[in-house]
Design a protein around this ligand. Structure first.
Ligand code: 5RP
Length: 223
């Protein structure tokens, strides 16, 4: 199976997991990226079995609407049972790096609200230690140089993602060469820098379930 087929397999596995637990009032939190897109396409076949979705990005909202799935504002959503999203890296404890698609802040907000965060990823995303993938940090534009200097003090090499503005109107610094041995602490330390909106470590609130697409089939890892 190629990488896209593995992504499709985990997207379908996520639909199979949540479908029996949805009813006509359910609202599903939906992530961003190519794996999340496969999930949206698979979920759309069952759009009569739930109410609608909350989107973690404008791109996801557009794809959901394109399928005729109602998209709700998170502020008008009382309860979110599931959030389903991809990741750039996961360790065995389901700490994640996310934000390759620049949607990390809204992803983190929807993940925080959801009771269960299901991460869907192909096997290449599971790593022993996080940090090979450069850590995305969303930054208020006027704070970019200040934040970059502070990230260097934390041992990283920040690179400005040129030409990218997030859905919130901010910029992204991708931090290379971080050794992320304590993801919970690093997530908090980076978020404490003035001017940082949030960073792509999902460690304080990791995934609850990782559906991993492998050549031998979809494996389930639990926290
Ligand atoms: C977007 C994300 C994505 O979940 C992450 O980049 C993985 O993307 P893909 O499913 O395309 O590999 O965090 O901000």
């Amino acid at each position: 199976m190629n990488q896209d087929q593995l992504k499709q397999a985990v997207a379908q596995a996520a639909v199979d997991h949540i479908l029996p637990r949805l009813d006509s009032k359910s609202i599903v939190g939906v992530g961003t990226g190519s794996t999340a897109n496969f999930f949206i396409d698979a979920l759309a076949k069952h759009k009569m079995d739930f109410d609608g979705a909350v989107a973690s990005s404008e791109a996801t909202a557009a794809r959901l609407k394109g399928h005729g799935i109602p998209v709700y504002d998170l502020n008008s959503t009382a309860e979110l049972e599931f959030y389903v999203d991809g990741a750039d890296e996961s360790d065995e404890r389901l700490h994640l790096i996310k934000g390759g698609g620049a949607a990390l802040t809204r992803e983190k907000i929807v993940a925080a609200v959801a009771k269960t965060f299901i991460c869907i990823a192909d096997a290449s995303k599971l790593v022993p230690v996080l940090g090979n993938f450069p850590l995305p940090v969303e930054v208020i534009p006027m704070a970019r140089s200040h934040v970059a200097r502070e990230l260097v003090k934390l041992g990283g090499d920040p690179v400005y993602r040129e030409g990218v503005l997030t859905d919130n109107g901010n910029v992204i610094l991708d931090v290379h060469n971080l050794s992320i041995t304590d993801p919970v602490k690093l997530e908090a330390d980076i978020n404490a820098i003035v001017g940082v909106v949030t960073n792509g470590l999902f460690a304080a609130r990791p995934a609850d379930l990782l559906l991993l697409g492998t050549a031998e089939g979809v494996k389930t890892l639990k926290r």
